[in-house]
Design a protein around this ligand. Structure first.
Ligand code: ADP
Length: 315
């Protein structure tokens, strides 16, 4: 009798072991399939998630894997974007450096010639210097812009009065404007506290004002006016220059873009691009309206103190 029960017990244990083994194998296969499905989905359409309804250990693992794969995919996209940006910048820069470089080469060859007068020699040397300075300016401005764009360079932005900033910008173009007998007239305005960085905003305004001087005739007038609005305050910089065609409104803010009409004038196509980057960092923006032949008006929008406190500062 005892022997019979021993056999039954052994068979029972064996059956239970087989069932446990089979259960573990099924669980293992199902889990593997789920993980495989996540990886398949990821390969096919990047981070598409597997539907998980039960809060089991295996479902937690799958969602962790999903999260990791999503991160991998995000990082890959970012790396590709950065690679494209760098490639674009290198190609733009080499294109921009071509002209000053070949000019330098040409003047150096001329300088090597015998029989040059002192005056000619001085002239060629001066041209070489100007081209070298242009290259230096291009590299410096582009580096600054790309560092701002990628967030490598940041600057503090706070709610500060705008009067001093405008005065700083006007002072920055005073010499150039008087050289062309251009008057920069700032209309009387009440001090407003706007969300900005005085030094960087003045630089953006200087870029706009320098253009206004550069592309306007001698003896003309540039006016600066402020218009407080509900969320933003608008700073208008109006000139009496050659103006901008409507189809160019978007292009002029792009890196290295130069209008057809101004190709003969000095410039690198970086001033407005940099101004826009600075203002975007301050959650502001810039637009333009113009009547070709009669002048352009650049509109700079900066956040009012109250809207900055409600939106950006609280975050
Ligand atoms: P740059 O002045 O060196 O060419 P910017 O980025 O400052 O480069 O300006 C881009 C283009 O926008 C200029 O080439 C010009 O065509 C146009 N532009 C900018 N400001 C003015 C202005 N005040 N009047 C007419 N055209 C302008």
């Amino acid at each position: 009798m005892t022997e019979k029960w021993t056999v039954v017990l052994c068979i029972g244990i064996a059956v239970l072991s087989i069932l446990a083994l089979a259960g573990t194998m099924i669980y293992y296969i199902v889990s593997m399939k789920k993980l495989e499905k996540v990886l398949d989905n990821f390969e096919k359409n990047r981070a598409q998630e597997l539907e998980l309804t039960k809060e089991t250990r295996e479902s937690k693992l799958v969602s962790r894997l999903n999260r990791l794969l999503k991160n991998v995919s995000r990082n890959q996209e970012k790396a590709l974007e950065e690679r494209d940006q760098v490639a674009g910048m290198v190609s733009d820069l080499s294109h921009q450096l071509k002209t000053p470089l070949s000019n330098i080469l040409m003047y150096t060859e001329l300088l090597e010639e015998d029989g040059l007068t002192i005056r000619e020699r001085q002239e060629f040397l001066q041209e070489t210097r100007m081209q070298t300075e242009k290259m230096q300016w291009l590299m410096k401005t582009l580096l600054k812009a790309s560092r701002l764009e990628q967030g490598i360079v940041t600057f503090p932005v706070s709610c500060t009065g705008i009067k001093k900033t405008v005065a700083m910008a006007v002072g920055g173009v005073y010499a150039r404007a008087s050289g062309k007998k251009i008057i920069v007239a700032t209309s009387e305005f009440q001090e407003c506290v706007l969300y900005h960085n005085p030094k960087w905003t003045a630089e953006a305004l200087v870029n706009i004002l320098e253009n206004a001087v550069k592309y306007s005739p001698e003896g003309s007038v540039i006016t600066i006016e402020l218009y407080p609005m509900e969320f933003y305050t608008r700073i208008d910089i109006q000139d009496q220059g050659l103006g901008i065609e409507e189809k160019e409104y978007n292009n002029i803010f792009k890196r290295f873009y130069r209008g057809k009409q101004v190709e003969q004038q000095d410039g690198g196509g970086l001033g407005l691009y940099l101004a826009q980057l600075i203002l975007n960092r301050e959650k502001g923006y810039i637009t333009v309206t113009s009547s070709p032949g009669n002048g352009s008006c650049f509109h700079v929008y900066l956040l009012n103190e109250a809207s900055a406190r409600k939106t950006v500062i609280r975050q």
